[in-house]
Design a protein around this ligand. Structure first.
Ligand code: ADP
Ligand code: MG
Length: 346
Protein backbone atom coordinates (compact mmCIF):
# COMPACT_ATOMS: atom_id res chain seq x y z
CA UNK A 1 0.00 0.00 0.00
CA UNK A 2 1.53 3.33 -0.95
CA UNK A 3 0.98 6.26 1.39
CA UNK A 4 0.99 9.89 0.46
CA UNK A 5 1.33 12.51 3.18
CA UNK A 6 0.33 15.87 1.72
CA UNK A 7 1.18 19.23 3.28
CA UNK A 8 0.47 18.10 6.82
CA UNK A 9 0.48 20.59 9.65
CA UNK A 10 -0.14 19.46 13.19
CA UNK A 11 -0.54 21.81 16.13
CA UNK A 12 -0.91 20.91 19.80
CA UNK A 13 -2.48 23.90 21.58
CA UNK A 14 -1.18 26.21 18.83
CA UNK A 15 2.33 24.69 19.11
CA UNK A 16 3.27 23.41 15.65
CA UNK A 17 4.73 19.89 16.02
CA UNK A 18 4.77 19.45 12.22
CA UNK A 19 5.00 22.17 9.57
CA UNK A 20 3.95 21.44 6.01
CA UNK A 21 5.25 17.87 5.84
CA UNK A 22 4.87 16.00 2.53
CA UNK A 23 6.12 12.49 1.93
CA UNK A 24 5.42 9.68 -0.52
CA UNK A 25 5.99 6.19 0.83
CA UNK A 26 6.18 3.46 -1.80
CA UNK A 27 4.33 0.20 -1.64
CA UNK A 28 6.48 -2.49 0.02
CA UNK A 29 9.09 0.01 1.13
CA UNK A 30 10.77 0.07 4.53
CA UNK A 31 11.21 3.74 5.34
CA UNK A 32 12.83 5.16 8.49
CA UNK A 33 11.91 8.44 10.16
CA UNK A 34 15.15 9.63 11.74
CA UNK A 35 15.67 12.71 13.87
CA UNK A 36 16.50 13.94 17.35
CA UNK A 37 14.00 13.73 20.17
CA UNK A 38 11.14 16.19 19.67
CA UNK A 39 11.58 16.46 15.89
CA UNK A 40 8.06 15.16 15.22
CA UNK A 41 8.68 11.51 14.28
CA UNK A 42 6.08 10.00 16.60
CA UNK A 43 3.55 12.67 15.68
CA UNK A 44 3.95 11.85 11.98
CA UNK A 45 3.62 8.12 12.68
CA UNK A 46 0.48 8.65 14.79
CA UNK A 47 -1.06 10.78 12.03
CA UNK A 48 -0.42 7.99 9.50
CA UNK A 49 -1.98 5.53 11.95
CA UNK A 50 -5.10 7.59 12.62
CA UNK A 51 -4.28 8.02 16.32
CA UNK A 52 -4.02 11.77 15.66
CA UNK A 53 -5.67 13.96 13.03
CA UNK A 54 -3.94 16.76 11.13
CA UNK A 55 -4.66 20.44 11.73
CA UNK A 56 -4.44 20.75 7.93
CA UNK A 57 -3.33 18.57 5.04
CA UNK A 58 -4.24 15.05 3.96
CA UNK A 59 -3.10 11.46 4.10
CA UNK A 60 -3.84 9.08 1.26
CA UNK A 61 -3.66 5.28 1.41
CA UNK A 62 -3.38 4.47 -2.27
CA UNK A 63 -6.16 6.42 -4.03
CA UNK A 64 -8.14 6.53 -0.83
CA UNK A 65 -8.28 9.74 1.28
CA UNK A 66 -7.73 8.28 4.76
CA UNK A 67 -7.40 11.66 6.53
CA UNK A 68 -10.61 11.31 8.54
CA UNK A 69 -10.61 7.50 8.91
CA UNK A 70 -10.16 5.58 12.16
CA UNK A 71 -7.28 3.25 13.02
CA UNK A 72 -9.50 0.21 12.33
CA UNK A 73 -10.61 1.55 8.96
CA UNK A 74 -7.02 2.21 7.97
CA UNK A 75 -6.05 -1.32 9.07
CA UNK A 76 -2.58 -0.54 10.37
CA UNK A 77 -0.36 -2.65 12.65
CA UNK A 78 1.81 -1.09 15.35
CA UNK A 79 4.72 -1.87 17.57
CA UNK A 80 5.95 0.56 20.22
CA UNK A 81 9.11 0.76 22.25
CA UNK A 82 7.66 -0.68 25.43
CA UNK A 83 6.40 -4.20 25.27
CA UNK A 84 2.70 -3.93 25.17
CA UNK A 85 2.03 -7.65 25.45
CA UNK A 86 -0.81 -8.71 27.73
CA UNK A 87 0.84 -10.37 30.72
CA UNK A 88 -2.01 -12.70 31.58
CA UNK A 89 -2.38 -14.04 28.03
CA UNK A 90 -0.27 -16.71 26.37
CA UNK A 91 1.94 -15.80 23.43
CA UNK A 92 -0.57 -17.36 21.03
CA UNK A 93 -3.44 -15.40 22.61
CA UNK A 94 -1.39 -12.22 22.37
CA UNK A 95 -0.70 -12.77 18.68
CA UNK A 96 -4.32 -13.65 17.98
CA UNK A 97 -5.72 -10.75 19.99
CA UNK A 98 -6.44 -8.40 17.07
CA UNK A 99 -8.35 -11.17 15.28
CA UNK A 100 -10.23 -12.37 18.36
CA UNK A 101 -11.75 -8.93 19.05
CA UNK A 102 -13.13 -8.51 15.53
CA UNK A 103 -16.90 -8.32 15.08
CA UNK A 104 -18.39 -11.80 14.76
CA UNK A 105 -19.01 -11.50 11.03
CA UNK A 106 -15.29 -11.09 10.22
CA UNK A 107 -13.78 -12.98 13.17
CA UNK A 108 -12.03 -16.22 12.23
CA UNK A 109 -12.88 -19.37 14.24
CA UNK A 110 -10.80 -19.95 17.40
CA UNK A 111 -8.92 -22.87 15.83
CA UNK A 112 -8.07 -20.73 12.80
CA UNK A 113 -6.73 -17.94 15.05
CA UNK A 114 -4.53 -20.50 16.87
CA UNK A 115 -3.27 -21.85 13.57
CA UNK A 116 -2.46 -18.35 12.38
CA UNK A 117 -0.59 -17.60 15.64
CA UNK A 118 1.55 -20.75 15.24
CA UNK A 119 2.32 -19.82 11.66
CA UNK A 120 3.42 -16.33 12.74
CA UNK A 121 5.59 -17.82 15.48
CA UNK A 122 7.39 -19.77 12.77
CA UNK A 123 7.78 -16.60 10.72
CA UNK A 124 9.36 -14.72 13.65
CA UNK A 125 11.59 -17.74 14.35
CA UNK A 126 10.07 -18.58 17.73
CA UNK A 127 8.23 -21.80 16.81
CA UNK A 128 6.44 -23.71 19.54
CA UNK A 129 6.23 -20.89 22.10
CA UNK A 130 2.41 -20.69 21.73
CA UNK A 131 1.64 -21.64 25.32
CA UNK A 132 4.33 -19.60 27.06
CA UNK A 133 3.63 -16.32 28.84
CA UNK A 134 5.40 -12.99 28.10
CA UNK A 135 7.39 -13.13 31.38
CA UNK A 136 9.06 -16.34 30.16
CA UNK A 137 10.55 -14.54 27.13
CA UNK A 138 13.54 -12.21 26.77
CA UNK A 139 13.03 -8.56 25.82
CA UNK A 140 14.08 -9.22 22.24
CA UNK A 141 11.73 -12.21 21.94
CA UNK A 142 8.85 -10.13 23.30
CA UNK A 143 9.40 -7.44 20.67
CA UNK A 144 9.34 -10.13 17.97
CA UNK A 145 6.02 -11.35 19.40
CA UNK A 146 4.73 -7.75 19.37
CA UNK A 147 5.63 -7.66 15.67
CA UNK A 148 3.84 -10.96 15.03
CA UNK A 149 0.78 -9.56 16.80
CA UNK A 150 0.87 -6.49 14.54
CA UNK A 151 1.17 -8.75 11.46
CA UNK A 152 -1.71 -11.04 12.51
CA UNK A 153 -4.39 -8.62 11.36
CA UNK A 154 -2.77 -8.53 7.89
CA UNK A 155 -2.26 -4.78 8.09
CA UNK A 156 -1.97 -2.58 5.03
CA UNK A 157 0.88 -0.75 6.73
CA UNK A 158 3.22 -1.63 9.58
CA UNK A 159 4.16 1.26 11.91
CA UNK A 160 7.05 0.78 14.31
CA UNK A 161 7.94 3.47 16.87
CA UNK A 162 11.45 2.82 18.26
CA UNK A 163 10.53 -0.87 18.63
CA UNK A 164 14.03 -1.86 19.78
CA UNK A 165 14.71 1.28 21.79
CA UNK A 166 14.50 -0.39 25.19
CA UNK A 167 16.85 -3.28 24.33
CA UNK A 168 20.61 -3.46 24.77
CA UNK A 169 22.98 -2.71 21.90
CA UNK A 170 23.78 -6.29 20.87
CA UNK A 171 20.14 -7.42 20.83
CA UNK A 172 19.16 -4.27 18.91
CA UNK A 173 21.73 -5.04 16.24
CA UNK A 174 20.56 -8.63 15.86
CA UNK A 175 16.92 -7.56 15.69
CA UNK A 176 17.72 -4.92 13.11
CA UNK A 177 19.12 -7.58 10.72
CA UNK A 178 16.29 -9.92 11.59
CA UNK A 179 13.67 -7.26 10.80
CA UNK A 180 15.31 -6.50 7.46
CA UNK A 181 15.20 -10.20 6.52
CA UNK A 182 11.61 -10.49 7.67
CA UNK A 183 10.68 -7.44 5.62
CA UNK A 184 12.35 -8.88 2.54
CA UNK A 185 10.12 -11.96 2.96
CA UNK A 186 6.82 -10.26 3.79
CA UNK A 187 7.22 -6.92 1.92
CA UNK A 188 4.88 -4.97 4.15
CA UNK A 189 4.97 -1.24 3.64
CA UNK A 190 6.74 -0.28 6.85
CA UNK A 191 7.46 3.02 8.62
CA UNK A 192 10.15 2.68 11.27
CA UNK A 193 10.83 5.52 13.73
CA UNK A 194 14.26 5.81 15.33
CA UNK A 195 16.65 8.42 16.67
CA UNK A 196 19.55 6.03 15.99
CA UNK A 197 21.23 6.91 12.69
CA UNK A 198 23.07 3.62 12.41
CA UNK A 199 19.80 1.74 12.78
CA UNK A 200 18.06 3.91 10.17
CA UNK A 201 20.88 3.83 7.63
CA UNK A 202 21.41 0.08 7.90
CA UNK A 203 17.78 -0.97 7.95
CA UNK A 204 15.80 1.27 5.67
CA UNK A 205 15.35 1.48 1.90
CA UNK A 206 15.04 5.23 2.34
CA UNK A 207 15.58 7.50 5.31
CA UNK A 208 13.55 10.62 6.14
CA UNK A 209 15.65 13.00 8.23
CA UNK A 210 13.52 15.26 10.42
CA UNK A 211 14.34 18.29 12.55
CA UNK A 212 11.98 20.65 14.36
CA UNK A 213 8.82 19.40 12.72
CA UNK A 214 10.19 19.54 9.18
CA UNK A 215 11.68 17.08 6.72
CA UNK A 216 15.30 17.98 5.98
CA UNK A 217 15.99 15.24 3.42
CA UNK A 218 14.57 12.01 2.03
CA UNK A 219 17.01 9.57 0.46
CA UNK A 220 18.92 6.32 0.51
CA UNK A 221 21.71 5.80 3.05
CA UNK A 222 24.19 6.85 0.33
CA UNK A 223 22.26 10.04 -0.45
CA UNK A 224 22.01 11.00 3.19
CA UNK A 225 25.61 10.22 4.01
CA UNK A 226 27.41 11.32 0.84
CA UNK A 227 25.09 14.03 -0.42
CA UNK A 228 23.55 15.69 2.65
CA UNK A 229 21.05 18.31 1.50
CA UNK A 230 21.34 20.67 4.46
CA UNK A 231 23.83 21.66 7.17
CA UNK A 232 21.57 19.91 9.68
CA UNK A 233 21.82 16.57 7.83
CA UNK A 234 25.59 16.90 7.45
CA UNK A 235 26.16 17.49 11.14
CA UNK A 236 23.48 15.09 12.41
CA UNK A 237 24.78 12.11 10.41
CA UNK A 238 28.24 10.78 11.23
CA UNK A 239 31.14 12.83 12.54
CA UNK A 240 31.74 16.28 11.14
CA UNK A 241 33.53 19.58 11.60
CA UNK A 242 32.64 23.00 10.26
CA UNK A 243 34.61 26.19 9.57
CA UNK A 244 33.45 29.55 8.20
CA UNK A 245 34.90 30.44 4.78
CA UNK A 246 34.51 33.05 2.05
CA UNK A 247 33.60 32.09 -1.50
CA UNK A 248 34.70 34.48 -4.21
CA UNK A 249 34.71 33.79 -7.96
CA UNK A 250 34.75 30.01 -7.47
CA UNK A 251 37.58 30.14 -4.94
CA UNK A 252 37.31 29.34 -1.27
CA UNK A 253 39.36 30.97 1.47
CA UNK A 254 39.60 30.44 5.19
CA UNK A 255 40.78 33.60 6.93
CA UNK A 256 43.70 34.64 4.67
CA UNK A 257 44.46 31.24 3.20
CA UNK A 258 43.19 30.30 -0.22
CA UNK A 259 42.14 26.65 0.06
CA UNK A 260 42.83 24.29 -2.79
CA UNK A 261 39.19 23.32 -3.17
CA UNK A 262 36.45 24.04 -5.65
CA UNK A 263 33.41 26.13 -4.64
CA UNK A 264 31.04 23.66 -6.39
CA UNK A 265 28.81 26.45 -7.69
CA UNK A 266 28.27 28.01 -4.25
CA UNK A 267 27.37 31.71 -4.56
CA UNK A 268 29.93 34.36 -3.62
CA UNK A 269 29.89 35.41 0.02
CA UNK A 270 30.25 33.82 3.45
CA UNK A 271 29.79 30.06 3.49
CA UNK A 272 30.05 27.09 5.85
CA UNK A 273 32.62 24.44 4.95
CA UNK A 274 31.70 21.00 6.33
CA UNK A 275 34.28 18.27 6.66
CA UNK A 276 34.32 14.63 7.78
CA UNK A 277 37.26 13.27 9.80
CA UNK A 278 38.09 10.51 7.30
CA UNK A 279 37.99 12.88 4.33
CA UNK A 280 40.93 14.94 5.63
CA UNK A 281 44.53 14.09 4.90
CA UNK A 282 47.62 15.40 6.62
CA UNK A 283 50.00 16.99 4.07
CA UNK A 284 53.60 18.14 4.23
CA UNK A 285 53.38 21.89 3.72
CA UNK A 286 50.87 24.67 4.18
CA UNK A 287 50.20 25.56 0.50
CA UNK A 288 46.42 25.56 0.01
CA UNK A 289 45.97 23.54 3.18
CA UNK A 290 44.42 24.40 6.53
CA UNK A 291 47.02 24.71 9.28
CA UNK A 292 46.33 24.01 12.92
CA UNK A 293 47.63 22.88 16.27
CA UNK A 294 47.12 19.35 17.53
CA UNK A 295 45.08 19.48 20.73
CA UNK A 296 43.83 15.96 21.41
CA UNK A 297 44.81 12.54 20.05
CA UNK A 298 42.56 9.65 21.00
CA UNK A 299 42.12 6.06 19.98
CA UNK A 300 38.67 5.11 18.64
CA UNK A 301 38.59 1.40 17.84
CA UNK A 302 40.62 0.72 14.70
CA UNK A 303 41.49 4.39 14.05
CA UNK A 304 42.92 7.42 15.79
CA UNK A 305 41.04 10.73 16.01
CA UNK A 306 43.02 13.93 16.15
CA UNK A 307 41.47 17.24 17.10
CA UNK A 308 43.22 20.31 15.79
CA UNK A 309 42.48 23.99 16.33
CA UNK A 310 42.55 26.27 13.30
CA UNK A 311 42.36 30.00 12.72
CA UNK A 312 42.13 33.01 14.99
CA UNK A 313 38.86 31.83 16.52
CA UNK A 314 40.39 28.39 17.18
CA UNK A 315 37.78 26.28 15.42
CA UNK A 316 38.09 22.59 16.17
CA UNK A 317 38.49 20.16 13.28
CA UNK A 318 38.64 16.42 13.71
CA UNK A 319 40.87 14.21 11.54
CA UNK A 320 40.78 10.43 11.35
CA UNK A 321 44.01 8.54 10.69
CA UNK A 322 45.01 4.89 10.81
CA UNK A 323 45.97 4.16 14.43
CA UNK A 324 49.70 3.81 13.60
CA UNK A 325 49.93 7.09 11.66
CA UNK A 326 48.22 9.28 14.20
CA UNK A 327 49.90 8.10 17.35
CA UNK A 328 52.72 10.63 17.65
CA UNK A 329 51.18 13.56 15.81
CA UNK A 330 51.81 16.85 17.63
CA UNK A 331 52.51 20.55 17.10
CA UNK A 332 51.47 22.23 13.84
CA UNK A 333 49.90 20.13 11.09
CA UNK A 334 48.53 20.94 7.65
CA UNK A 335 45.42 19.21 6.39
CA UNK A 336 43.70 19.07 3.05
CA UNK A 337 40.13 17.94 2.46
CA UNK A 338 39.66 15.16 -0.09
CA UNK A 339 35.92 15.68 0.07
CA UNK A 340 33.87 18.49 1.56
CA UNK A 341 30.54 20.24 1.38
CA UNK A 342 29.79 23.96 1.20
CA UNK A 343 26.55 25.62 2.24
CA UNK A 344 25.87 29.36 2.02
CA UNK A 345 26.01 30.95 5.49
CA UNK A 346 22.88 32.43 7.03
P1 ADP B 1 9.78 12.65 18.45
O1 ADP B 1 8.98 11.39 18.33
O2 ADP B 1 10.59 12.98 17.24
O3 ADP B 1 10.62 12.67 19.69
P2 ADP B 1 7.22 13.93 18.90
O4 ADP B 1 6.46 13.73 17.64
O5 ADP B 1 6.88 13.04 20.04
O6 ADP B 1 8.78 13.89 18.60
O7 ADP B 1 7.01 15.41 19.39
C1 ADP B 1 7.18 16.55 18.54
C2 ADP B 1 6.82 17.79 19.32
O8 ADP B 1 5.41 17.82 19.59
C3 ADP B 1 7.49 17.88 20.68
O9 ADP B 1 7.83 19.22 20.93
C4 ADP B 1 6.43 17.40 21.63
O10 ADP B 1 6.60 17.97 22.91
C5 ADP B 1 5.15 17.88 20.97
N1 ADP B 1 4.01 16.99 21.28
C6 ADP B 1 3.89 15.70 20.88
N2 ADP B 1 2.73 15.16 21.28
C7 ADP B 1 2.09 16.15 21.98
C8 ADP B 1 0.82 16.23 22.67
N3 ADP B 1 -0.02 15.18 22.70
N4 ADP B 1 0.51 17.41 23.25
C9 ADP B 1 1.35 18.46 23.19
N5 ADP B 1 2.54 18.46 22.56
C10 ADP B 1 2.92 17.32 21.97
MG1 MG C 1 9.00 9.64 19.49
Amino acid sequence: MEISVRSIRKEFDRYPALHDVSLDIRSGELIALLGPSGSGKTTLLRLIAGLEFPTSGQIFFGMDDASAKSVQERNVGFVFQHYALFKHMTIAENIGFGLSVRPKATRPAAAEIRRRASELLELIQLPGLDKRFPRQLSGGQRQRVALARALAIEPRVLLLDEPFGALDAKVRKDLRRWLRELHDKTKHTTVFVTHDQEEALELADRVVVMSQGKIEQVGTADDIYDRPATPFVFSFIGESSEIPVIVSGGRVSFENTLLGIDAEGTADGPARLFLRPHDLEVVANGGGAISGEVMVVRRAGPVRLIEIEVGAARHRIEIELPADDGEHLSGTVHVRPRRWRLFPAG
